[in-house]
Design a protein around this ligand. Structure first.
Ligand code: NDP
Length: 350
């Protein structure tokens, strides 16, 4: 029997779609992703990007304050003990994701901790294949695979991945090599501000290297970073090379002025954190869905989550190069489940 609805992805869009589809008695199956080294390096582990952040200050319903009793009650004890103990600052990204996952499970969503690696959207029902070798069919699909952090693509950057080069301060920042040492963050958006501010907890100093003379980040986050005495901004600068050796990993970066290309400076750092935007996770689709010029899945009907293939819906960051917020992802996950439910009914699939 084909699945009625398969949800691929496990961020706010995927879980919200799962909650709505489960409550509509569609018994959705969620492919939440696999815990592979490849996914870890790419930043595409289960629970998505929120699992790689700290406090989430702007998700409605989770005000600052001690939510620990509520979290203790709602999250499985085994998982809870590995999470931030008794937060005093609202909810953290991993906690929010665990809560959403639990909520979907409570309504009957089934979960596979596995990646979908191949889909055939040219046949009905659609065919899907997972990393663990599951091959199955599904009438409707919701793609909620999100986006992953970009790197600059320098050869030297690649060489030191896992040896001081990272795109996730929250995942890696507490490692011994970063403690009490100077670090560098690349970028001028909210991610760069958040990562730099977070890293000041551990680092002796954090440089932000930005290619322009003003930040793209929201005012509040930029001001917070600029007011931090441990943060120094290198304006109008780009990374020329990540410096280091096989034994020590990253030992520094060579930056070059973006206004005077003759001017370079070496910064001594033990860690390099890229915060230069994101790429949507669409590789497994092999070009079968229309995308925009940045590679994000196109919604083909105004104010709906339909894609270029009838019966395939998209939600969250994989289809959003504009808002990219947890709450907008959750909202479009809800919309995708409602759109898919209506579509299944119209097809006579109960
Ligand atoms: P953004 O696209 O907003 O910013 C990317 C930054 O990287 C820009 O400053 C850009 O420079 C720079 N950049 C991009 N490519 C290169 C390159 N090749 N070389 C050097 N610099 C480069 O991405 P973010 O990840 O920061 O944010 C994405 C979205 O997520 C935003 O909507 C943001 O608001 C949101 N977000 C919200 C947070 C929160 O509210 N807590 C936290 C983190 C993200 P330039 O400015 O010159 O283009």
């Amino acid at each position: 029997m084909p699945e009625r609805i398969t949800i691929i992805g496990s961020g706010p869009a995927g879980w919200t779609a799962a909650i709505y589809a489960a409550r509509a008695n569609l018994e959705p199956i969620v492919y939440e992703g696999a815990f592979t080294e490849d996914n870890r390096v790419k930043g595409t582990l289960p629970l998505g990007q929120l699992a790689l952040t700290t406090e989430v200050e702007n998700f409605p319903g989770f005000p600052s304050g001690d939510l620990s009793a509520y979290l203790d009650d709602s999250i499985d004890e085994k998982k809870r003990k590995y999470m931030a103990p008794h937060m005093k600052e609202g909810v953290s990204g991993p906690e929010l994701m665990e809560l959403m996952r639990q909520q979907a499970t409570n309504f009957g969503a089934r979960i596979e901790t596995d990646d979908i690696v191949e889909v055939d959207l040219s046949v009905r029902p659609f065919r899907l294949k997972s990393l663990n070798g599951n091959e199955f069919e599904s009438h409707a699909i919701i793609i909620a695979t999100g986006a992953r952090a970009n790197y600059l693509g320098l050869e030297s950057e690649n060489r030191f991945k896992n040896m001081g080069v990272s795109a996730c301060a929250v995942c890696d920042g507490a490692m011994p090599r970063y403690r009490g040492k100077p670090l560098v963050v690349i970028g001028g958006g909210d991610s760069a501000m958040e990562e730099a501010t977070f890293l000041t907890k551990y680092a002796s100093k954090v440089y932000i290297v930005h290619r322009r003379s003003e930040f793209r980040a929201s005012k509040i986050m930029a001001e917070r970073a600029l007011a931090n005495p441990k943060i120094e901004v290198k304006w109008n600068s780009v990374i020329d090379e990540v410096l280091g050796d096989e034994t020590n990993g990253v030992t520094g970066v060579r930056i070059r002025s973006s206004v005077d290309s003759e001017k370079t400076e070496d910064l001594e750092v033990t860690g390099y954190f890229a915060a230069i935007g994101h790429t949507p996770n669409t590789d497994f689709l092999n070009g079968q869905l229309e995308t925009n010029d940045k590679g994000y899945i196109k919604w083909t009907v105004s104010h709906r989550t339909n894609t270029s293939v009838d019966g395939v819906f998209a939600a969250g960051d994989v289809a959003d190069d504009h808002y990219k917020q947890a709450i907008t992802a959750a909202g479009s996950g809800c919309a995708a489940a409602l759109d898919a439910e209506k579509w299944l009914t119209a097809q006579g699939i109960e």
